[in-house]
Design a protein around this ligand. Structure first.
Ligand code: NAD
Length: 475
């Protein structure tokens, strides 16, 4: 048995074949633990367990309050085991422990608490029609949910999918990313301790293509697929789901625009822009990787932005003082490095940054690139940000919208009318004004264009993870 197994029907098991794979610590570049390597057979076992738990088990038939109590207990256990969970994500992907312990794990617990309460309070809508009829809505659980997650916020993004799916009475098969498997098994162990019945939350490890991931997306007994990952993978999954007409929620890539106007509080804009570009070593779908700064303040902003980027503490992600760690894997480092190597050939200048030790790429600020250069258009998913000047509001909006992606945008201005005017014109699922990353879980979250299909959050998650049913009554 490897250190971390699949969790199927409430039991931690190895793969049918006995296959395992190593999880690599990006700081040491060495394996740090062994994990069960699943395939289509293991995925089918997990789906069968989830199906049984849904069709015959208590979970979908419990009251919202009963399910909510168990999910709150799970949130308590996540908080009690915060150190272990944070350590797992930090070793799996090199995320500084200050972030995994300070942000990701508390947010995972909050996701369970929020959706436990939301489901209890948002269960029905009654619509009186006339003297003789009324109609009400029941939100029936959809069934078996396949949740396929990326590696950049492992536990946090997995809980963003699992919490609403469970709160609304579904059963789940989670496939974490192959680079970050450990916190998923830890979560399933805690779920069992919290009183989740067997088969309600299953975890199967493995890869995507020709492996456990693909098998889940093609399985006819899966009723919903919630996927977060690359846009190209989203397209593949949509094709795999089509023969079964399985409904999909796709949260995909991004190339966030960040507009800084001359009237903005520059200190605030610099502060948020550093976080938007370099948190998690830039491995954020929401990263503000295209920065557009109004001509009048371009030089001043750039100077301050460079200084702020250079103060980030780079080092061992296990050290609580570290703010910036290595990229998540050898393959990803190679990809980001190739963008780094081609900056000057494309006419760009590196103002600060460049290669670091091991799999580190230092916070890199680039000027002189055209808006249509590939660094400005493709999702690099690393700590590279292009800074480009603009003159007018019209030009800023055109630059921001000149992308296939549309997950998010940011703008910094002290002109309230301008803020509303531009927010309305930006093609993005979320627009942040004078801030970044601030979330309310009731709000819609998702993207336009290549950034995805559908929205999750609050009632949007409810509508995806249930079959809303109208019951019309004649009195
Ligand atoms: P990825 O698409 O390579 O992999 C994501 C998951 O999909 C992994 O678990 C992988 O094993 C699985 N997978 C891959 N191919 C599959 C297939 N054919 N069938 C089924 N499963 C398959 O993405 P990644 O590199 O892990 O994550 C980075 C990407 O995720 C970036 O593009 C980033 O922008 C995006 N992302 C988006 C959001 C969002 O909310 N929109 C959030 C985080 C990350």
């Amino acid at each position: 048995m490897p250190d971390y197994g699949h969790v199927i029907d409430g039991v931690e098991v190895e793969s049918r074949t006995g296959a395992t794979f190593a999880s690599i610590d990006p700081w040491t570049q060495e394996p740090w633990t062994q994990v069960a390597l699943g395939d289509a057979t293991d995925a089918a076992r997990a789906v069968a367990a989830a199906r049984r738990a849904f069709d015959d088990g208590p979970w979908p038939r419990l009251s919202y309050a009963e399910r909510g109590a168990i999910l709150h207990r799970l949130a308590d256990l996540i908080e009690d085991h915060a150190g272990e969970l944070a350590h797992a994500d930090t070793r799996d992907m090199g995320k500084p422990v200050a972030q995994s312990r300070g942000n990701d794990v508390p947010r995972a617990a909050h996701n369970f608490r929020f959706f436990a309460d939301h489901a209890r309070l948002a269960t029905a809508a009654a619509l009186p029609m006339d003297d003789r009829h009324h109609v009400y809505t029941r939100f029936e659980p959809a069934g078996v949910v396949a949740a396929i997650a990326p590696w950049n916020f492992p536990l946090m993004l997995e809980s963003w999918k699992i919490a609403p799916a469970l709160a609304w009475g579904n059963t789940v098969v989670l496939k974490p990313a192959e680079d970050t498997p450990i916190s998923a098994t830890l979560l399933a162990r805690l779920a069992s301790d919290a009183g989740l019945p067997p088969g309600v939350l299953n975890v199967v490890h493995g890869y995507g293509p020709d492996s456990a991931g693909q098998a889940l997306t093609q399985h006819p007994c899966v009723n919903r697929i919630t996927f977060t990952g690359e846009s190209a993978t989203g397209r593949t999954i949509a094709r795999a789901a089509a023969p079964n007409l399985t409904p999909l929620s796709l949260e995909l890539g991004g190339k966030g625009a960040n507009l800084v106007f001359a009237d903005a509080d520059l200190g605030n804009a610099v502060d948020w822009s550093v976080r938007a570009a370099f948190t998690n070593a830039g491995q954020i779908c929401l990263a503000g990787s295209r920065l557009f700064v109004q001509q009048e303040v371009f030089d001043e902003f750039l100077d301050r932005f460079v200084v702020a980027a250079e103060t980030l503490v780079i080092g061992d992600p296990k050290d609580p003082a570290t703010q910036f760690g290595p990229l998540a894997s050898r393959a990803h480092h190679r990809k980001v490095f190739s963008y780094l190597n081609s900056i000057e050939g494309e006419g760009g200048t590196i103002r600060t940054g460049g290669p670091g030790d091991g799999w580190i790429v230092r916070p890199t600020i680039i000027t002189g690139l055209r808006p249509d250069a590939r660094h400005s258009r493709e999702e690099i998913f690393g700590p590279l940000v292009t800074v480009i000047p603009f003159s007018t509001e019209e030009e800023a909006v055109a630059l921001a919208n000149d992308t296939h992606f549309g997950l998010n945008a940011m703008l910094f201005t002290d002109d309230l009318s301008r803020a509303h005017r531009i927010a309305a014109r930006l093609d993005a699922g979320t627009v942040w004004v004078n801030c970044f990353f601030v979330r309310d879980l009731r709000a819609p979250f998702g993207g336009v264009g290549d950034s995805g299909i559908g929205r999750e959050g609050g009632n949007y998650s409810r509508d995806f993870f249930t079959e809303p049913k109208a019951v019309v009554i004649q009195l």
